[in-house]
Design a protein around this ligand. Sequence first.
Ligand code: CS2
Length: 486
Amino acid sequence: MEAGLPADRSRLRRPDVPRADTGIIHLGLGAFYRAHGAIYFDEVMKRSGGDWGIVGVSLVRPDQRDLLRPQDFAYTAVELGPDGEKPQVISIINDVLVAPEDPQAVLDAMSAPATRIITLTVTEKGYCHEPSTGRLNREHPDIRHDLANPAGPKSAIGFLVRALERRRGEETRPFTVLCCDNLPENGRVVRGIVLEFAGLVDQGLAEWIAAGVAFPSTMVDRIVPATKPEDIERLAERTGVLDLSPVMHEPFRQWVVEDKFVDGVRPDFGAVGVELVADVTPYEHMKLRCLNGTHSSLAYLGYLAGHETISDTVADPVFAAFVRHLWGNEIVPVLHAPPGVDLGAYTESLFERYANPAIRHRTWQIAMDGSQKLPQRILGTVMENLAAGRVPRGLILAIAAWMRYVGGFDEKRQPIDVRDPLAAELKTLSDGGDNGAKTVEALLGVSTIFPADLAGHAAFREALVESYRGLIEKGAREMTKDVTNA
Ligand code: CS2
């Protein structure tokens, strides 16, 4: 792939852009953060200044550090819009640490007095919690490890608590924990998980954290498909500089942040369009349910129907009608709109974002980690419909499609590469079933996903079994069509 491409990667960082001192340590340096939070911080620095440079931390693999270091941690963010591609170089990252290689260096960086904010994108599963309850999973291997090894944590939660423990010991002010993952009321949930872990270490520490650490909730939004080898080549041909780790993103972005920071210290968010609000909950619900809920629904059904990307899926009229049905009949009726937001216009703009053909966002990518995503994206909406006396058949079909997906074979009996922390358990449950009521029952028994009152709801179970059987007998596309014809 590199043959014939310009090789001087150090030319990416422009010498005339001043380097910001580090004020932020970011845990979980994936493409989403580099195409969202990091760009906002880069703009804040250019507009208003401040010590908001970022040290990224990879919690698992060294790949990002190895790719970014020869580029002096600069990279290109490419906007994929209707008028073509717009690349810009982002140079807000000062260094990348790899936690398993040197956990002490990560704790040192997090404990430094200059560090004021820890941002996180560790994905849903990275919080080592139970998605159905939001509580710490004390049996999680990384949590057990981190409780036993204070000097060398593995999990984000372990790093947060041990760094705060050190700051308390050294009488350094605490930092703000800014969660940028798609969890509901993400600040409140992460606070609960951190306090539970801290309480297992030292009750006094838990009290100190409860009193002094801020965990603002946030709503983050930007569609960022995984970078493909052809993206790298195209970009290099266009710019004449080889960037081995660019990020691709849609034009749209949104960041809503609860204005609650330790000592009021935060970047000048207002200058770059971050919305600062007193209560993020209605924004989070809107985004998680309207966007992520339909994303996951389209991902499972679209994948089973043979569609590679979200834009391919909504180009199919059956799925276009289906997603509009989900918004209009199942999701929006149980939502409270944030102040001044028209949900009809919001969902219509989501449709346009999905349809953007420049964004090759694979259904397989979105289908990952369903066990960690379903509760906040889909199950809450389903429960609220049931409570209002309605059976939301479209979302129930999406849950059935997830059940079919984790069984590991598509409609042509081809194996599916199911990526999920519970993949093995889900496969065993699925294999032990009868491709009907028993399979559904076995999967509904996974209590970290399905709350007992939902799993036991008669009308829900009945509709789910019917959908699941229908997927096997008629296939995803026919079943999807049935929902909107009903
Ligand atoms: C997607 C999200 O992969 C997924 O699960 O639903 O990453 C989605 O693209 C973002 O949340 C959009 O803001």
